[in-house]
Design a protein around this ligand. Structure first.
Ligand code: HEM
Length: 512
């Protein structure tokens, strides 16, 4: 008898699942949007793609095949138009609520507080008001010496070693900078030539956090996960958070004239607009958001330039002919390097540091995106890589061509050997405003000026001091390391391959 009941239960379950699949594919309010049937039928293909590091590539492939608005899961759509940037992430004013962050992706810090990256709208507005002080133009001026100091240390280390894996050494530099600005102490990654345990944890758990997000879609599996998860994983997370709290308290308890993130936050938080728990929760976010992104830009730019030596030569020439001496390279002068700016703009387009979409939810009652109405509760987002590689937006989308960002009347608007032929008209219809590496709206990157300062100063000073090439032979970059950037997996962020580079010191005569 028990077997008969079990069979009936199984049959009912199968019928129920089939009914859901039929509903999702043909009757769901999003049924009219294009995309692969499998993905429309259930959340499973999306979850597997996310958990195996392929979501950005799959999304890109799906957009290429099905168009500007595609369905990635029963209740999820992906957009690549510039209008979608504004409608999903922007502040739309009267009559529109914020598209809140997708709950599958956010969680409170271990102390129960929200960090700025995840906080609901009202908490976010309060936190952002205080944190904005740390990223004003006045604050930026006081932060430049930190960037310069750690860049000098990087250069010293490059001279010492000659060949370096820049993937690691750019990480060491940016984590040391943000660590110092947040906690009042460097992680000493550059000095010691290795990752601090606190920093290493972040990279080790990138994959785990995507696995967690993919399992969030299946609440029943969540319970099993907590049961099988080794205790050490919980302990490590706790160690990580406790350490950040200790450092915040030590920094805030120190009398000092330093101008760092914490001094701006505490000087402007006399009425405790931000609670101490929120400051603790935001401290880790500042280091993570502020380090990995900048170092990824530097690594991908280095790779893209090494893969097209004619572009590298053009940039190196600009840098070495623009300054009398290294000390002239500062936050103001680097802004004037026309080709450098074009290289970074093209790098943001070609290999965006945040390649995937940052998922949001259409508010209750529904709202429009690109003039179309979508039901409340729909998960939506704009993935940067597919948007920037679309032939609808750019001529030669899969070529790295910094010149597209220059005025056709510029002396630098000339093609080099590695380019497909182009004329003054070729890029006239490029939809440049679709490229928003720092996102848009009230939650756009709070520190984009600091990020820009870091990448410009570090690359400019390196190319002032060194000729660079792929390391080879025993020291070297294997063919694997010379592959296009987009052959790497993504777990929210890029899982970067090592990139071994040989740095050859430049003789004085090469300047000017
Ligand atoms: C080239 C470098 C950088 C890029 C491409 C970048 C990109 C981004 C993006 C796309 C967001 C939006 C995230 C979201 O909506 O969830 C963001 C937010 C944020 N970024 Fe950056 N970022 C960079 C550098 C930095 C630096 C240097 C810092 C600080 C030291 C920083 C701190 C933050 C913070 C705190 C947020 C959250 C802002 C909020 O929610 O109000 N970023 N960044």
């Amino acid at each position: 008898m028990a077997i008969v009941y079990a069979l009936w239960a199984f049959l009912l379950f199968v019928v129920y699942r089939v009914a859901i699949v039929v509903y999702n594919i043909w009757l769901h309010p999003l049924a009219k949007y294009p995309g692969p049937r499998f993905w429309a039928a259930s959340r499973l293909p999306y979850a597997i793609s996310l958990a195996t590091g392929g979501l950005v590539h799959d999304t890109w492939r799906i957009h290429e095949k099905y168009g500007k608005v595609v369905r990635l899961a029963p209740n999820e759509l992906s957009f690549v138009s510039k209008e979608a940037w504004h409608d999903i992430y922007g502040a739309r004013g009267r009559g529109h609520q914020e598209f809140e962050k997708n709950p599958a992706w956010i969680r409170r810090a271990p102390n129960g507080a929200w960090s700025i990256l995840d906080s609901p709208e009202d908490v976010h507005t309060r936190q952002r008001k205080i944190m904005n002080y740390a990223f004003s133009s006045a604050a930026l001026k006081t932060q430049e010496p930190y960037v310069q100091r750690y860049t000098s240390l990087l250069i010293e280390k490059v001279r010492e070693h000659g060949v370096l894996d820049v993937k690691d050494w750019y990480n060491f530099t940016t984590f040391d900078i943000t660590g110092d600005l947040t906690f009042g102490k460097s992680f000493q990654c550059l000095e010691k030539g290795k990752y601090h345990r606190w920093v290493a944890y972040l990279f080790a758990h990138l994959k785990a956090s995507c696995l967690l997000a993919s399992i969030t879609f299946y609440p029943s599996l969540m319970g099993i996960l907590w049961l099988v998860m080794p205790k050490s994983a919980f302990n490590e997370r706790l160690y990580h958070f406790k350490k950040a709290c200790q450092w915040v308290h030590r920094r805030l308890g120190t009398q000092t004239t330093r101008n760092d993130f914490m001094s701006y936050i505490s000087d402007n938080n006399k009425e405790m607009t931000m609670t101490m728990e929120e400051i603790e929760a935001c401290s880790g976010t500042l280091v993570i958001a502020g380090s990995e992104t900048s170092s990824t830009v530097l690594t991908s730019t280095t790779l893209n330039l090494l893969r097209q030596p004619d572009k590298l030569e053009k940039l190196t020439h600009e840098i070495r002919s623009s300054f009398e001496q290294e000390s002239d390279i500062d936050g103001v002068t680097v802004k004037n390097l026309e080709y450098l700016n074009a290289v970074f703009q093209e790098n943001f387009r070609f290999t965006p540091p945040v390649p995937c979409s940052i998922p949001r939810v259409v508010p209750p009652g529904g709202d429009t995106i690109d003039s179309q109405l979508y039901p409340g509760g729909t998960f939506v987002g704009l993935p940067q890589l597919p948007a920037y590689r679309s032939a609808d937006h750019f001529a030669f989308p899969n070529h790295f061509i910094p010149e597209r960002w220059l005025s056709p009347t510029s002396d630098l608007f000339k093609h080099t050997l590695s380019d497909p032929g182009f004329t003054k008209e070729t890029f006239a219809n490029d939809d440049k405003s679709v490229v928003q590496p720092f996102s848009v709206g009230p939650r756009q990157c709070i520190a984009q000026n600091l990020g820009q300062l870091e990448i410009r100063l570090i690359l400019t000073r390196l190319l002032w001091n060194f000729d660079i090439e792929f390391a080879s032979g025993d020291e070297g970059s294997s063919e694997e390391q010379k592959k296009p950037w987009t052959t790497q997996k993504t777990y929210g962020l890029w899982v970067k391959r090592p990139l071994k580079v040989r740095f050859v010191p430049v003789h004085e005569s090469k300047h000017n």
